[in-house]
Design a protein around this ligand. Structure first.
Ligand code: PMP
Length: 288
């Protein structure tokens, strides 16, 4: 495997950054997760826009242009003969002192990994996921805005630990007001009749690229799609619940806190969105 580090493609074993990099010392940096399907990179521009917006929000200047980032992502995919895979661009603050001051870090490090991912076994897409709500609250948007996709994922990692301890693979994170924010690594949607609802980012949700695509697809399919505040009651009493994310795509949720959702199987709306999404990813994207 070849890994991109600051413009060069190096062997995996040689792909290193300093232990004084603030990305490691403080989780000070930003990243993206992107998929390639059938020789095309899905929603590359949206992911690059989000990467640069995250960097801008933490006052991190990415030393290459968006256009160059796109061609370097493609170059990394080509070097690894990726046609279907998962791409992880990372920009760290760079080497600094042991103090917090980010402005002493003069050289942000750019890393691009192009590899494979399988988050959930295929049969789970048929059976659906079981979730629990966890005690770890989503970070306050006023503290770390959830729209920033930063290297500091400890909030989500703590939630994931709680889910795994409870014997399930994913969880629902609430915000400090008790409203549903998102899952530890995915966005959440509730289906009730013709209405499909997902929490707004001010409730603590990352503005997922998949979430956006699913909202567009659902609107095209005639559903009443909206961002709105959701409580656990809305999850428990939903016709259907599903999660969205680059790695997970769309996956049905069949149980939340031991309450069966709908029929206890991924429902028809979830299934039709899954089908539409799978079609879309095969026929759109930037050629590698
Ligand atoms: N929320 C969180 C916390 C995530 O880490 C992710 C995955 N990047 C998502 C939602 C889904 O976002 P996307 O569809 O852009 O992958």
């Amino acid at each position: 495997m070849k890994v991109y580090v600051n413009g060069k493609l190096v062997d995996k074993a040689e792909a290193r950054i300093s232990v004084f990099d603030h990305g490691l010392l403080y989780g000070d940096g930003v990243f993206e997760g992107i998929r390639a399907y059938n020789g095309r990179i899905f929603m590359l521009e949206r992911h690059i826009d989000r990467l640069y917006a995250s960097a801008q929000a933490i006052a991190l200047e990415i030393p290459i242009s968006k256009e160059r980032m796109a061609t370097d992502i493609i170059r990394t995919c080509r070097a690894n003969r990726i046609r279907n895979g998962y791409i992880r661009p990372i920009v760290t603050r760079g080497v600094g002192t042991l103090g917090l001051n980010p402005f002493v870090c003069r050289n942000p490090q750019i890393i691009i990994i192009a590899s494979k991912i399988q988050l959930y076994p295929p049969e789970l897409y048929e059976k659906g996921l079981e979730l629990v709500t966890v005690g770890t609250l989503r970070n306050l948007p006023e503290a770390i805005n959830p729209r920033i996709k930063s290297l500091n994922y400890l909030n989500n990692v703590l939630a994931k630990i709680e889910a795994l301890n409870a014997g399930v693979m994913e969880c629902i994170m609430l915000n400090a007001q008790g409203f549903v924010a998102e899952a530890s690594g995915d966005n959440v949607f509730v289906v009730k009749g013709n209405r499909i609802v997902t929490p707004p980012s001010w409730c603590g949700a990352l503005e997922g690229i998949t979430r956006g695509v699913v909202m567009e697809l659902a609107a095209e399919m005639g559903y009443d799609v909206r961002e709105d505040v959701l409580t656990r009651y809305d999850l428990y009493t939903a016709d259907e619940v599903f999660l969205t994310g680059t790695a997970a795509e769309i996956i049905g949720v069949v149980k939340v806190d031991r309450r069966a959702i709908g029929s206890g199987r991924p429902g028809p709306v979830t299934r039709s969105l899954m089908a539409a999404f799978r079609q879309l990813v095969q026929r759109s994207g930037t050629a590698i």
